[in-house]
Design a protein around this ligand. Structure first.
Ligand SMILES: Nc1ncnc2c1ncn2[C@@H]1O[C@H](COP(=O)(O)OP(=O)(O)OP(=O)(O)O)[C@@H](O)[C@H]1O
Ligand SMILES: [Mg+2]
Length: 432
């Protein structure tokens, strides 16, 4: 996959307050990237810097290798879905989604597009020396601009030519043929009507994609929160941006709808081939949806990786805690593949630490088995049992600490039990 966006050493200060500290991040084409971290860690600020709504105090933002810090938000290949959906209350669902296309077609954006074309040609022209080459390029530029100003430009020219031939010829059969040719070109003219047809087709395509087929005429204020959110997503998708920026778009939804939308968003992303940069502080959401998770805290990136990497090999205590409930234990790395905690040595799969280095040992609650007393590694007593729907969350108090265990097997309160785990269940990390 090709690199699409790069943030290089991006720092942001608000009134002397540093909120982003040297962010380095690479985002690839067609990736679903999630920025994950607690409130205030700088997720929204990072997203707004990519979208062009906030300038970094320092650092670079590259799109396909080109610095875009001087490109205004509306000219970047991005579209944003904000947490508060900001739909137009006086427009129906259809017009809310069509809005982006109508704006695109208006004269202001044509002008800015023309300016863009001129700038691009100027850059190329500067490098050319050959006079005929320069002439050819200029002609090409004029043609491109003319087509933008008048989408029927080429067709009109063709008709003028054909009419000229028509006047010059006296052969009747030939005349008829020319006339029908002219009529056929005329029928291809792009008019308001054909434009409208195009818009309708596209709106319907994207409403279908977000599961809102048949909702065209509905008033947006009469839709549920989830439906409004889908309208907002369709409205952003219809512009077919290269990158969609989503800032906690599901935060206002209840759990069930949220999970449904998580699945749907992932599907939309896969089917549309658009790169999604998604912000959330919900680790479960991040784990379910992402190709790549970027864990942030206090304006810094702590770890970047796939959901499996982040979950199984958290870089430090903060990530381990944030990404899911964990048992985190102070330990000592006695040697490669040998870690010591709670008065015992355990074989593990980690290596490369200094001898007797202090480490954090993470054991996930679902990786611990409760076994009959005397048959496991550590003995303890069941002190709490909570049913969580699919599994039980059981606390076992040992001599040194309380372990949390997730299991589908029921246990008796106050039972004397042993805990058991394998070498691969111990995740050893440097102390932070
Ligand atoms: N325009 C601003 N002026 C001053 N400080 C700001 C501004 N925008 C953000 N901040 C501060 O920058 C820090 C990061 O804010 P940001 O909105 O990026 O956090 P976040 O990770 O999106 O948090 P949340 O999960 O609560 O949305 C916060 O301390 C916030 O108060
Ligand atoms: Mg935010």
């Amino acid at each position: 996959m090709a690199v699409l966006i790069e943030l290089k050493d991006v720092t942001k200060e608000f009134n002397g307050n540093v909120v982003l500290r040297g962010i380095d991040l690479t985002i690839e084409e067609n990736e679903f990237v999630t920025l994950l971290g607690p409130s205030g860690c700088g997720k929204t600020t990072t997203l707004r810097i990519i979208g062009g709504f906030v300038d970094p105090s320092q650092g670079e933002v590259l799109f396909a290798g080109k610095n875009i810090l001087n490109t205004p938000a509306h000219q970047r290949p991005t579209n944003t879905v904000f947490q508060r959906y900001a739909l137009f209350p006086h427009l129906d669902v259809f017009e809310n989604v069509a809005f982006g296309l109508r704006v695109k077609n208006d004269s202001i954006s044509t002008l800015s597009r023309i300016r863009q074309i001129q700038d691009q040609y100027q850059e190329t022209l500067k490098l050319k020396k050959d006079a005929s080459e320069i002439r050819a390029l200029k002609k090409q530029m004029r043609m491109e601009i003319q087509v933008l100003r008048d989408p029927n430009h080429d067709r009109k020219k063709q008709i003028v030519e054909l009419k000229k031939t028509l006047h010059e010829t006296s052969d009747l059969a030939n005349k008829e043929q020319l006339k029908s040719q002219i009529n056929s070109i005329k029928s291809e003219f792009i008019t308001k009507k054909t434009k409208e047809l195009e818009i309708t087709e596209k709106v319907q395509k994207y409403l279908k994609m977000v599961g809102l087929e048949g909702y065209e005429k509905r008033q947006v204020h009469k839709l549920s929160g989830g439906q409004q959110q889908r309208v907002a997503i369709a409205r952003a998708l219809i512009n077919e941006p290269m990158v969609l920026l989503l800032d906690e778009p599901l935060a206002a939804l209840d759990l069930k709808l949220r999970q449904e939308m998580q699945y749907e968003l992932k599907e939309i992303q896969k089917n549309s081939g658009i790169t999604f940069i998604f912000v959330t502080h919900d680790q479960e959401e991040a784990l379910t949806m992402s190709d790549k998770i970027v864990v942030m805290n206090h304006g810094e990136i702590l770890q970047v990786g796939t959901p499996v990497d982040i979950y199984n090999e958290p870089a430090n205590r903060f990530v381990a805690n944030f990404i899911g409930e964990s048992n985190i234990i102070d330990g000592i790395m006695k040697d490669d593949f040998l870690v010591h905690f709670d008065d015992k040595d355990y074989v593990c799969v980690d290596k490369g630490f200094a001898r007797n280095q202090k480490v954090d040992v993470v054991i996930r609650p679902e990786d611990i088995d409760i076994v009959p007393f005397g048959t496991g590694h550590i003995s303890g007593k069941v002190i709490s049992i909570a049913f969580k729907g699919v599994h039980y969350e059981i606390d076992v108090k040992t001599k040194d600490r309380i372990f949390t265990i997730h299991t589908t097997d029921a246990q008796k309160m106050h039972a004397e039990v042993d805990l058991s785990f394998g070498p691969e269940d111990l995740h050893v990390m440097e102390q932070w």
